[in-house]
Design a protein around this ligand. Sequence first.
Ligand SMILES: [Zn+2]
Length: 89
Amino acid sequence: MYYVMHFCRNKKCNNGWIDKDLTDARINPPDWKYCKDCAKALGIDYDAQTPDSNLTPKELEHKNKLKERMKKANEIRLQKINLCRHGGG
Ligand SMILES: [Zn+2]
């Protein structure tokens, strides 16, 4: 498990902290989580937050679409690798 710098999802909040990297974001600091202060102010359980829990339905839809696209791209890549191997390289 990696730990990375997180920034608060509240754009007006400048809080940052080190937390578990749940989105494999070792380069860009994740901002899917509210800091403890904002979570408290919003009535959100800080520890119960997940990378998807704060997304609006629209954002979630967008994310799922991206995920789907990545999956397809991956499958195509794997197929190509298999083809190369079967072709005797
Ligand atoms: Zn905050």
